[in-house]
Design a protein around this ligand. Structure first.
Ligand code: NAD
Length: 447
């Protein structure tokens, strides 16, 4: 058996191609599919940065604008050793699908710097950020491409992005150039918890609509969470506050498990003091990936890509997987989980809360207004409910057309196995791609 690819650019392309097999009007539309998957613009920059030691180190930075058919690019900036052009291209494409599915007027983008944030001081991160923004120049802008936080970047990083861009663009309202800012420079209330709240709304609504037989809501559910950063830490609190028992959380150093429920205050204090959840009082510490294989109702991968793969998908014992991270489940793992009857609420649906509230921040900034918490939370809930319903309905429609899809597939791929039942990732991608097609047609972008 050939080893599965863990290159997320390859994975994003596989997911796209797979979704297209169920929606033939896209593949037959005069070259549209090839245009849609290709990034509109790839910027790669080289950043010389003075380190605290006085030595100068050179970092590679990237910004990819994937598609702007529905509006300006939107997507985070991450600091991580794995950042390269392929990774950023994949993440930018996922942002295009995510924004379309969430029904917000943005296309997809993403950026990052290849670095190990755990070895950098705050001053070094500030200098890297400023140099990145200066090097990107007008490749970002309030109406062209709007960054946000992602892996190992936060509101402080976004404040530096805003400040550097503003120094280079005086005399105009530059607040909408970046979202996820601190409150007093135009940030929006609830942005830091938005991704996790969106994950919660999506899960709760999916369960209330009968997505997992015998599990009608988050209340009483046993939840395991991989990753204890922005997405994972807030998700743990929100699920617990809504009646779930969080039986495990994890980070790069380990998983901590407590069958009766992890004391999140103790774990958070331990992480703040030591840098990791591992060894927190009242918990059993296991390896970082053990969290994925625990017996639970809801598993939330909220760390990084390609965590549930062909190697461990058969060991997942959750009744539902909800992707707070981008790309945590590989295509091979999707098939294994589907065969085992474990639904996966995909990243482009489940973790859209961050970009939805980023959109609210952008609107607030354009109007120089201040939204209140109720308006933000209400708007987020309505949008997450709506997109969850759209994905469920699309899956039903794809299932109804499955016999035709299978016949088409068999005719063009006589030696391939039959098309499998459409899952929620296929349905979510189909909703997004169809919406982009409709916009491109209306705008007359396409002949
Ligand atoms: P973060 O930097 O705040 O936290 C990342 C967490 O994951 C940390 O606890 C880290 O220790 C843990 N981690 C990293 N590698 C790990 C590994 N190999 N095993 C176990 N744990 C590991 O990042 P974040 O903003 O919470 O982002 C997490 C994921 O959610 C990413 O995939 C990101 O793209 C996605 N996401 C984030 C947002 C957002 O608004 N922050 C929005 C949408 C999607």
């Amino acid at each position: 058996m050939t080893e599965e690819s863990l290159n997320i650019h390859t994975i994003a392309r596989m997911q796209f191609d797979q979704a297209l097999t169920y929606i033939p009007d896209i593949t037959t539309w005069n070259g549209f599919a090839e245009w849609l998957i290709a990034p509109e613009k790839i910027v790669s920059v080289t950043l010389p940065v003075v380190m605290d030691s006085g030595a100068v180190r050179t970092f590679k930075g990237y910004r990819v604008l994937h598609n702007t058919a529905r509006g300006p690019g939107k997507g985070g900036i991450r600091f991580h050793p794995s950042v390269d052009e392929d990774e950023v291209k994949a993440l930018a494409a996922w942002m295009t699908w995510k924004c379309a599915l969430a029904g917000i007027p943005f296309g997809g983008a993403k950026g990052g710097v290849a670095c190990d944030p755990s070895t950098l001081s705050v001053d070094e991160k500030r200098r890297i950020t400023r140099r990145l923004v200066a090097a990107l120049g007008d490749n970002i802008g309030p109406h062209t491409d709007i960054p946000a936080p992602d892996l190992y970047t936060d509101s402080q990083t976004m404040a530096w992005v805003f400040d550097t861009y503003t120094m280079l663009h005086t005399g105009s309202n530059t607040r909408p150039v970046v979202t996820g800012k601190p409150l007093d420079i135009g940030g929006i209330v609830g942005r830091s918890t938005a991704t996790a709240r969106g994950v919660f709304f999506c899960t709760e609504h999916f369960l209330s609509l009968g997505g997992v037989p015998g599990l009608s809501g988050v209340k009483g559910a046993r939840v395991a969470i991989q990753g204890y950063g922005n997405a994972g830490r807030h998700a743990a609190t929100i699920f617990r506050d809504n009646g779930a028992t969080v039986i495990a959380v994890s980070d790069t150093k380990g998983s901590v498990v407590a069958e009766q429920g992890v004391d999140l205050a103790v774990v958070s204090a331990h992480k703040d003091a030591t840098g990791s959840v591992a060894g927190a009082k009242g918990t059993k510490t296991m390896s970082p990936t053990d969290v994925l294989e625990l017996e639970c109702d809801i598993l939330i991968p909220a760390a990084i890509e390609t965590q549930i793969t062909s190697k461990n998908a058969a060991k997942v014992k959750a009744r539902l997987v909800v992707e707070a991270a981008n790309g945590p489940t590989t295509p091979a793992a999707d098939v294994i989980l589907a065969d085992r009857g474990i639904p996966v609420l995909p990243d482009i649906l489940a973790n859209a809360g961050g970009v939805v509230v980023s959109y609210f921040e952008w609107v607030q900034n354009l109007q120089n207004e201040e939204w209140d918490e109720e308006r933000v939370d209400d708007g987020l809930r309505r949008r997450m409910f709506r997109s969850t319903e759209a994905v469920i309905a699309q899956r039903v429609a794809l299932q109804a057309g499955l016999a035709q899809s299978r016949a088409r597939w068999a005719a063009s791929h006589p030696d391939a196995p039959p098309l499998r039942e459409p899952d929620y990732r296929i349905a979510a991608t189909a909703v997004a791609v169809s919406r982009i097609k409709a916009t491109a047609a209306e705008r007359g972008v396409w002949p």
